[in-house]
Design a protein around this ligand. Structure first.
Ligand code: FE2
Length: 403
């Protein structure tokens, strides 16, 4: 009896735990140490011999239980050659290896997802949507309990959070540990010298008191900034849960760093050049700790994205650049600060009990207005690294195979 593609799909494992649609390969040709695979719609993929060998599941390449590679560089040798290459009636690739006579079957849907570039770092994550205050006056809102109970709501929230860099949860319970539930749903907390969950507590009566380790714990305004530029990799995302707010003012302010960087690049290219290439040493001066890192204020990463804005002036300590650049570096920094504070880019919104403001700490410049009144204000915060948020998004945006 002829095997159907459904039968074949269930018999041939992919080198990961995702479910791949069965997309039959129609032909294969070989040149040197490469195989060239072709699908009926003119999609093709070239695969190097050693890459195919190390992705041979169940034939010494990929371990079936962990789906991790077990074929190490010490195994590479010139004897690893194709003995026989065929495409089955169902469209799977089968290779018989010359060195040891082992057979390996390759899922054509898995191979095709590589041909379609769905294996890249950016795949299955939302497009970045830059914004200014013109088109985005307040963060998109989601129900805090619903995102924990409903996968569809969680997916919408996480995609918005990555795309816009900012999203707000509402109706969160009056529970000092609620952020642990967010962490359980998304990924582990990134702990820092402030701890895992930290408090931002201010009592207006104590304003100006020296009994605090941070300006955040006073009622003073906080200008647009990103947290912890003193780290090699500053925390990716920040979640701030408002438990109590009896004060007046203290609105949250947010600016999309992408929009500011794009404007700088277009309108002030010299400032852009200085901000992206001249390093500063960021130094945490707290007693008993000595975190420091040197980097530019706008750190461009791969894929052309300004992944890290290092913009927290209280810990920007020393110029780490040629002396001749220092005056221009100060001037460029002021330009960035002015743009980040400009109402063209910056939005502001109130912080109310039950709100959890979630944002990309390396992209969004956040701050707050000063506050007054007779009461107190209590926020709790956590960081969760970008890796965890992106992993959560990829998992939610794909179907994971049930083992
Ligand atoms: Fe902050």
């Amino acid at each position: 009896m002829k095997m159907t593609s459904t039968d074949a799909s269930s018999k041939i494992l992919a080198p990961d735990f995702y479910d791949y649609p069965w997309d039959p390969i129609v032909s294969v040709d070989q040149s040197e140490n490469f195989l060239h695979l072709h699908w009926s719609d003119n999609i093709s993929l070239s695969c190097y011999v050693l890459w195919l060998r190390e992705n041979a599941i169940g034939a010494g390449g990929i371990d079936e239980a962990t789906r991790e590679g077990i074929f190490e560089p010490k195994h590479f040798c010139r004897d690893i050659k194709f003995n026989k290459v065929e495409i089955t009636d169902e469209g799977a690739l089968i290779i018989t290896w010359e060195s040891d006579g082992l057979n390996a079957s390759y899922h054509p849907g898995w191979l095709r997802h590589i041909a379609l570039n769905q294996h890249t770092v950016d795949s299955f994550t939302p497009e970045i949507a830059t914004w200014t205050s013109e088109e985005f006056s307040a963060p998109s809102r989601f129900d805090a309990k619903k995102i924990l109970e409903c996968q569809k709501s969680k997916k919408e929230w996480i995609n918005t959070l990555i795309g816009k860099g900012l999203a707000k949860l509402q109706n969160a319970p009056d529970d000092v540990n609620f952020l642990n539930e967010i962490s359980e749903a998304v990924g582990p907390i990134r702990s820092t010298n402030f701890g895992g969950i930290w408090d931002v507590k201010a009592d207006v009566k104590l304003a100006g008191s020296a009994d605090t380790n941070s300006t955040a714990n006073t009622s003073l305004a906080l200008s647009p900034h990103t947290d912890l530029p003193t780290r090699e990799t500053p925390p990716g995302f920040q979640f701030l849960h408002c438990l109590k707010n009896e004060t007046r003012g203290g609105e949250s302010t947010m600016t999309d760093g992408y929009a500011v960087v794009e404007t700088l690049k277009a309108d002030w290219p010299e400032d852009y050049q200085i901000l992206t290439t001249c390093n500063w040493i960021f130094f945490n001066r707290g007693p008993g700790i000595d975190h420091r890192w040197s980097g530019p204020i706008i750190e461009l990463a791969e894929f052309g994205r300004p992944l890290t804005l290092r913009a927290f002036y209280p810990v920007r300590a020393f110029p780490d650049m040629p002396k001749k650049n220092i005056p221009r570096a100060y001037s460029a920094m002021q330009r960035l600060y002015k743009l980040a504070s400009d109402s063209r880019f910056q939005i502001q919104f109130p912080f109310e009990p039950g709100d959890v403001v979630c944002f990309d700490n390396r992209r969004i410049l956040h701050g707050r207005n000063a506050f007054d009144g007779s009461g107190s204000r209590h926020l709790r915060g956590i960081y969760i690294d970008r890796d965890e948020i992106l992993s959560c998004a990829r998992i939610m945006n794909r179907a994971i195979k049930n083992k």
